[in-house]
Design a protein around this ligand. Structure first.
Ligand code: MN
Length: 201
């Protein structure tokens, strides 16, 4: 059965950009609920137990119809949040360097252009969802918006960076001002981890 993964830092470590109260609820309640509900759904189809969450999502057609939407929501929620915690660090921010930095420059024109496009996608996503930097099956990096907890794995893509723009991710501190949350979030991005995610795809 799936378990809530340990955070790589303490609940208050991302202050002041993401506050402790938000982390307590976001990680301890929302992420935990995705894990619990995923386990509940799978308990009705025990043959799926033991499959990694990425595999459940990328083979979604093999998930029986009666729990398919539940798996999309909750395996997606589990995978997305696990990525989100891991691409942030109290020591994050700045710009990626090395090969991965070069690749971003090449793909998007410059790091600033990448940031601008990513932010625009985050601000124009209507309702709840995510912005991801993904590696597509054909290779290049793309910035994609996904509604709800829909995971890039559903489409055979691998997310290497993800930003949660559900209101639960920022409302306590930023209220309705998503733009301020997104701006602050860049201070937390752990580019070494993102580069490593890219390497591992
Ligand atoms: Mn969330």
């Amino acid at each position: 059965m799936f378990k809530l993964p340990k955070l790589p830092y303490s609940l208050d470590a991302l202050e002041p950009h993401i506050d402790e109260e938000t982390m307590k609820i976001h990680y301890g309640k929302h992420h935990a609920a995705y894990v619990d509900n995923l386990n509940k759904a799978l308990s009705e189809h025990k043959e799926l137990i033991g499959k990694p969450v990425e595999k459940l999502l990328s083979d979604i057609d093999q998930v029986p119809e009666d729990i398919r939407q539940g798996v999309i929501n909750n395996a997606g929620g589990h995978a997305n949040h696990t990525l989100f915690w891991n691409v942030m660090s109290p020591k994050g921010g700045g710009e990626p360097n090395g090969d991965f930095g070069d690749l971003l420059d090449k793909q998007f024109g410059s790091f600033d252009k990448f940031e601008t496009e990513f932010e625009a996608k985050a601000l124009t996503l209507f309702g709840s969802g995510w912005v991801f930097l993904i590696k597509t099956s054909s290779g290049p990096l793309e910035i994609k918006r996904h509604s709800f907890q829909n995971s890039p794995f559903l489409h055979g893509n691998v997310p290497i960076l993800g930003l949660d723009v559900w209101e639960h991710a920022y409302y306590l501190k930023y209220q309705n001002v998503r733009a301020e949350y997104v701006k602050a979030w860049w201070n937390l991005v752990n580019w070494e981890k993102v580069a490593q995610n890219f390497k591992n795809t």
